[in-house]
Design a protein around this ligand. Structure first.
Ligand code: NDP
Length: 290
């Protein structure tokens, strides 16, 4: 039985994910580096803003930070409750999950890598997809807490498997975004109306999340709203490329896409949304996707 839960890292995702926990659990601790956000969360959702040392006394401890390096640095400093389960919702590095799972097991703490997909809207509506790697028994014990914000929740394998699935998923999204941008630039160069073209593609076999959602909702309307930062996508595609290298596979599309995302990230203005990858293409082609 889970008596208490905690959420560490109230960013674009974490703030919204943690908002659902008080509907299911009486004791919900929250902590954020900028502590004002934790205090605000407590006022808004009835959670308890506490010191980090208290947050890690919960039965289930969620984290959602930018990188695995951030999670490792935090865990190193902590005295976590014996018997707790640490559920890391960061989009992280598989080898880091394996390392943390081994390290924490010695202290009788389970570590699950549990990255999420569905963007901030999915966090808000508790409809996230959660891909979980780690011990099966720990997965089953943590499941009622994950269900507070997850809709499709899958145990995808041993430690690191969740992070691997997430990295490949985001790589596929990046591949589709680059390909769709190249396709639409070509159509515009040939004088085609892009709104009409997207309607056709989205009822045809060339459709993807890029054509159905990213281009219409972020690019064509020229809003590029910041909800998933471009450096976070570059981090994810980097993890995917490392997985390819470790498996000694040849994956030219993945390699090329990683290079494109890297250049987009290096040349973007600070605080750019991931959809700003399109702006790199627009600079090269002098064709605007609108
Ligand atoms: P944000 O940048 O919005 O939030 C990051 C959070 O981590 C903030 O609470 C920040 O605290 C905290 N933080 C950053 N560095 C540290 C540190 N060194 N020590 C302690 N706390 C730290 O990121 P997101 O919420 O967008 O993303 C979080 C994770 O979720 C990433 O791994 C991302 O790839 C993934 N993700 C994001 C999605 C999205 O649509 N945004 C969708 C799916 C996954 P502070 O407020 O003090 O800066």
């Amino acid at each position: 039985m889970i008596q208490s839960v905690a959420f560490i890292g109230l960013g674009a995702m974490g703030y919204r994910m943690a908002s659902h926990l008080p509907k299911h659990f009486d004791t919900v601790y929250v902590w954020n580096r900028n502590f004002d956000k934790a205090k605000q969360h407590a006022i808004e959702y009835g959670t308890q803003a506490v010191e980090l040392s208290q947050a890690v006394q919960a039965d289930v401890i969620f984290s959602c930070l930018p990188t695995s390096a951030d999670v490792e640095a935090l865990i190193e400093t902590l005295n976590i409750k014996s018997g707790a389960i640490w559920v890391d919702c960061t989009s992280g590095v598989p080898t880091s999950a394996q390392k943390l799972a081994e390290l924490l097991k010695i202290q009788n703490i389970d570590f699950l890598d549990a990255p999420v997909s569905g963007q901030t809207i999915g966090a808000e509506t508790a409809t996230l997809t959660v891909m979980i790697g780690g011990d099966t028994e720990a997965f089953e014990r943590a499941l009622p807490a994950v269900q507070a914000f997850g809709k499709l929740i899958k145990h995808v394998g041993a430690s690191g498997a969740g992070f691997a699935v997430k990295a490949v998923n985001n790589m596929l999204m990046a591949v589709n975004l680059c390909a769709a941008t190249e396709g639409l630039s070509t159509l515009k160069a040939h004088g085609v109306n892009l709104n009409e073209a997207l309607d056709c593609i989205n009822a045809s076999s060339g459709k993807s999340n890029a054509t159905e959602t990213i281009l219409p909702q972020r690019v064509m309307n020229r809003t590029f709203p910041l909800s998933f930062a471009l450096p976070l996508l570059a981090k994810d595609t980097g993890i995917a490329v490392d997985l390819v290298r470790q498996a000694k596979l040849s994956a030219p599309i993945i390699g090329l896409t990683q290079s494109l995302i890297q250049v987009a990230n290096d040349t973007a203005e600070s605080n750019s949304d991931f959809s700003s990858v399109v702006k790199m293409y627009e600079t090269w082609s002098k064709i605007t996707i609108e």
